[in-house]
Design a protein around this ligand. Structure first.
Ligand code: ZN
Length: 289
């Protein structure tokens, strides 16, 4: 009984009108949950020092929740990227405007975590590190939703009306949450199922070598090949679901593994603090060195 009140409060909050929740809440939580299984012990410790008892899944939707607060307006363009028409790949210099895009934001927030404790000034404050981590957890999810790296002219499918099993929606929203919702799986169950399918990262903690632009290009190509493949009447049903749910699953898995990789990507810090402790693990040393 005592638990009911906060849960109720959380539900009310989640039902508050929010536009354009990438992957919807479930998709983001699935990505956070998958990633949490691939963190090294030192990274886990560092993440805990920033998030406390909150999990990656818990904070994965924060960056969408703050959109209603004007003080975060500057971060709105950081949830997506548009690719120049006629190109088949994302190009950071060409496609990311000065205000930033999801790719530059991932790099920016990774850098905040990576430089924590490094011999450079100014050092990010703990608050900045916490926000950087929360943004990173969310934006890596966004990046892997094909329609978050897509076309400006239809705002990533937001302006394309479709019907999915006779329910009116728009293409962007269908890919954010409609396809996932149609599986009728609770998100934690869905995450466990996908995690069981992840191969090749069980014995090694994943690493990344700055492939964020490549992940953006993958999303864009999937947007063109699959998401935008809509019949003229806009009616989508079982065939579309069967064709696209494997893509959604694959992107959620990849986002989870890539997120884990980014969080523990090789930072270097002579005087380790918080998140930078993870570098000592990568380099084979002890936590907190
Ligand atoms: Zn978002």
């Amino acid at each position: 009984m005592t638990n009911n009140r906060p849960r109720f409060a959380a539900i009310v909050f989640l039902l508050a009108p929010t536009l354009c929740l990438a992957w919807g809440e479930d998709g983001h939580r699935i990505v956070g949950e998958i990633a949490s299984h691939y963190l090294s012990p030192c990274t886990e410790e560092a993440v805990k020092s920033l998030l406390g008892d909150q999990t990656l899944a818990d904070v994965s939707t924060w960056a969408d929740e703050i959109k209603s607060d004007r003080k975060w307006d500057w971060a709105k363009p950081l949830h997506y990227a548009n690719v120049t028409p006629g190109s088949d790949s994302f190009d950071l210099d060409r496609d990311c405007p000065e205000v930033g895009c999801v790719v530059s934001a991932i790099e920016r927030f990774s850098r905040v975590l990576r430089t924590s404790g490094a011999a450079r000034f100014p050092q990010p404050t703990k608050k900045e590190q916490v926000e950087a981590l929360k943004f990173l957890i969310h934006l890596v999810g966004d990046l892997h939703q094909p329609l978050h790296v897509s076309r400006a002219r239809d705002r990533g499918g937001n302006d394309i009306a479709v019907e999915f099993f006779n329910n009116r929606t728009n293409l962007h929203s269908l890919w954010d949450s409609g396809l996932i919702r149609h599986t009728k799986k609770p998100w934690s169950e869905y995450a466990a199922e996908l995690r069981a399918q992840v191969k090749g990262v069980k014995t090694r903690y994943p690493r990344t070598n700055g492939k964020v632009t490549e992940w953006a290009t993958e999303s864009y190509r999937l947007a063109l090949s699959n998401a935008y493949d809509v019949p003229k009447d806009g009616k989508l049903g079982q065939a579309s679901f069967d064709r696209n749910i494997p893509i959604v699953d694959e992107r959620l898995k990849m986002a989870g593994v890539h997120l884990a990789a980014l969080v523990q990507d090789r930072p270097y810090s002579p005087k380790s603090t918080l998140v930078s402790q993870l570098s000592t693990f990568v380099n084979g040393a002890q936590c907190g060195q």
